[in-house]
Design a protein around this ligand. Structure first.
Ligand code: ATP
Ligand code: MG
Length: 259
């Protein structure tokens, strides 16, 4: 591989855990709120292990057909086309089912036989069972209690994975992420992290999701590219968080004081 390594700041033992999960081919679940580095982590691990990564962003219309494959009409012929999951199984890639709880129930059914000792996929349209390549690994992410309608994962599904929780990193590490990711100076990085910490502690605001590392990265990028600091924080941190005008005003005042 000649691609540049994705930048990922290790937070805890997640790299080590993932390496062992991969060695044992145990499915891996990344839990945690938006913008906490789940996608970046899996990109990094795939790179580190030298494996191809196939990512599927699951949404409420995602069905097992989308993952497994379908017949398509080509000219006068009908031919079978492997879906991304089937491709990953055959090639020995890592498949990442992002926001797996959003997908339709038949997706969960389809992966069950892949996530236990059988490691195989039954393709009903072909009447065929395929064994997973020994390098194949299944990874999924899940934002607990965050999705609309609180879609949950059944215990029988959850317990097929080992799981690691992702959260906002401690202040020093988060500032380092901002510096490395955007080139912003240490003083600004520290102020942005202080703003985030402050807002994260304001639970009385009742925000559905609070300031993520992603929002801080965006703010730092804008500042680094020369947009005024207060404006950067307003558009990258405050406005994405809420549409409640009173809350916006209160947060703007707070941020103006802190940046
Ligand atoms: N540990 C980390 N190391 C490097 N960058 C990070 C880290 N954590 C967060 N980031 C930054 O935050 C951004 C958002 O992270 P990422 O897209 O991985 O979040 P996510 O957890 O997958 O979110 P979502 O649930 O919304 O998909 C990244 O693009 C990166 O800039
Ligand atoms: Mg993601």
């Amino acid at each position: 591989m000649n691609k540049q390594a994705p930048y990922y700041q290790t937070i805890g033992k997640e790299v080590e855990v993932f390496e062992h999960a991969y060695k044992n081919k145990i499915p891996f679940l990344l839990k945690g709120p938006t913008g906490t580095g789940k996608s970046r982590f899996i990109e990094y691990m795939a790179y580190k292990l030298g494996k191809k990564l196939i990512t599927i962003s699951c949404h409420e219309e995602t069905s097992s057909t989308d993952l497994v494959g379908r017949y398509i009409i080509k000219g006068a012929e009908t031919i079978w086309s492997d879906g991304p999951l089937t491709t990953a199984i055959k090639q020995g890639a890592i498949i990442y089912l992002d926001e797996i709880a959003e997908a339709r129930p038949d997706v969960i059914v389809a992966i069950h036989s892949l996530t236990d000792h059988r490691r195989e996929l039954f393709i009903d349209k072909l009447g065929e069972t395929i064994k997973a390549h020994e390098d194949f690994m299944l990874v999924a992410s899940f934002n607990p209690g965050y999705q609309k309608g609180f879609k949950e994962l059944k215990p029988s599904t959850r317990q097929r994975f080992i799981a690691t929780a992702f959260a906002y990193p401690e202040a020093k590490i988060e500032a380092e992420i901002l510096i490395n990711e955007t080139g912003v100076d240490a003083g600004i990085a520290k102020k942005l992290v202080n703003i985030a910490t402050k807002i994260r502690n304001l639970t009385e605001l009742g925000l559905t999701e609070t300031v993520s590392t992603r929002l801080l990265v965006d703010a730092a990028k804008l500042i680094h590219s020369g947009l005024p600091k207060r404006l950067s924080v307003q558009v990258a941190i405050v406005e994405p968080l809420t549409d409640d005008l009173d809350v916006v005003e209160a947060l703007k005042d707070l941020c103006n004081l802190m940046i």
